[in-house]
Write a protein that binds this ligand. Structure first.
Ligand code: ATP
Ligand code: MG
Length: 413
């Protein structure tokens, strides 16, 4: 199956918004084995929309369109589609009911403009929009499927996942699709790819792999296509077991969840408590930990020790160590981790100190140099990381690495 993606909106063509929808749609269509032949952005212009539809009607089997479905006067996609497919604009009761429901839930009064969103071409199949008012629309003409989705990214994605994906999969080969996500930490994308290359190359034909990186973390999403769920579940489990043997320490979860949730669950299960002493991360580790509901059961508190005086006065870091080794050093983070653990009477303490940048680096300790220590009642260990140039990402990566170090140490008991 060949497909084209069209994004509609003047905002894209004047550079005011970046077209991230196309990339997301392309990735998700590729996972279905659909071949994307073109991605095109066009303005909110009636005749250009119609001309583009006509062109792709001759060259591809599937066209996914996003943008311009709103109720405002600049949104003309719906009228243009109606003109091209030769239908009639009618109020769809199922869409109207959904809009009324949505407004009731949010406590808003329905306006005439909102009501207009329920008026759609009568020759399309409605794709439900769980998170907004503009429905998706599915048309067919001369052996090409056209799908129109809203421009707002989360609405577009929700419709795609909820209603479009099942329809497309069914259409492709009466197949069913099954996803699994494996969460990895500690290997940058290119290193990870090199390490699991032969595993990736030996994946069965009907299994596709996507690398989805975030600072400090790479999610691996496996997608299998086949006829029954059981068969696909088993197939992916076999592949995931093989993967686990190659990178056992780097996998922190076999489902799509955050590292702070995994660490929180471990602490809770073992009945252990945690506190942090943070310099370069400025409290980000504490922020991640406390973003998980119920974290008060295991998290006791944090000290943001940015200034050396705070490190000495609050965490008992020795002045001589600071002078001799500098604030970004093994001994300092070890004393920070131990200091906060004792002060707050916890089972585990985290200490972090690094050069987040963009300035402050030296030949010996370039920007990105970060020391992380974990202190427990049994021992205190530290490790150095070289995280890179970018301040925001450094803070994020340092926090994620600290959490993963803690995870491994908890598991080692
Ligand atoms: P609405 O009902 O909100 O008007 P719509 O379907 O009319 O939705 P647009 O008006 O085209 O969508 O876009 C709404 C917003 O969605 C844009 O301001 C932009 O923030 C975002 N958006 C639109 N198209 C894209 C795209 N291709 N990539 C990323 N974001 C987009
Ligand atoms: Mg709009």
């Amino acid at each position: 199956m060949n497909a084209a993606i069209i994004t509609i909106g003047d905002e894209i063509l004047i550079g005011q918004i970046v077209d991230t929808n196309s990339a997301w749609i392309a990735e998700n269509l590729s996972l279905l084995g659909i071949n994307i032949t073109e991605i095109r952005s066009i303005p909110d212009k009636r005749e250009q929309i119609i001309r583009t539809l006509k062109e792709f009607n001759q060259s591809v089997d599937l066209v996914i369109i996003s943008g311009g479905l709103g109720p405002t006067s600049d949104d003309i996609t719906k009228a243009s589609l109606n003109e091209y497919f030769g239908g009639q604009m009618l109020e769809a009761p199922e869409v109207l009911n959904h809009i009324i429901d949505l407004f009731n839930k949010r406590g808003f009064v329905l306006s005439e403009t909102n009501r207009l969103q329920a008026i759609i071409p009568d020759n399309c199949i409605v794709l439900r929009n769980p998170s907004g008012t503009a429905p998706g629309m599915w048309f067919e003409k001369a052996n090409t499927i056209f799908v129109s989705l809203p421009g707002v990214p989360f609405e577009m994605k929700d419709i795609f996942m909820l209603d479009l994906l099942p329809r497309l999969t069914e259409r492709i080969n009466g197949a069913m699709i099954y996803h699994r996500t494996v969460m990895t930490q500690g290997l940058p994308e290119s290193f990870l790819a090199a390490k699991i290359k032969s595993w990736e190359e030996s994946l069965p034909e009907n299994v596709k792999l996507a690398y989805l990186p975030r600072p400090g973390i790479v999610r691996l999403r496996l997608t299998a296509m086949g006829t029954t769920k059981n068969e696909l579940e088993q197939l992916l489990q076999i592949e995931i077991d093989k993967l686990h043997k190659i990178i056992p320490k780097h996998i922190f979860s076999f489902r799509d969840e955050a590292l702070e949730e995994v660490v929180g669950r471990l602490l809770k299960n073992y009945g252990m408590t945690l506190c942090t002493a943070e310099s370069c991360t400025g409290g980000r580790i504490a922020n991640l930990i406390t973003s998980v509901p119920g974290s008060s059961a295991y998290f006791r508190g944090a000290i943001v020790a940015y200034d050396n005086e705070i490190k000495m006065n609050e965490l008992s870091v020795e002045e001589s160590v600071l002078l001799n080794l500098g604030a970004v050093s093994d001994k300092v983070v070890e004393q920070m981790a131990e200091g906060v653990r004792k002060k707050f009477n916890c089972d585990y303490g985290i200490g972090v100190s690094g050069i987040a940048g963009p300035s402050g680096g030296s030949l010996e300790k370039p920007v990105g140099t970060t020391w992380i220590a974990i202190s427990s009642t049994k021992k205190t260990v530290s490790k150095m990381f070289n995280l890179g140039e970018h301040r925001g990402r450094n803070i994020e990566k340092a926090s994620i690495n600290a959490l993963n170090m803690l995870r491994v140490i908890i598991l080692e008991g």
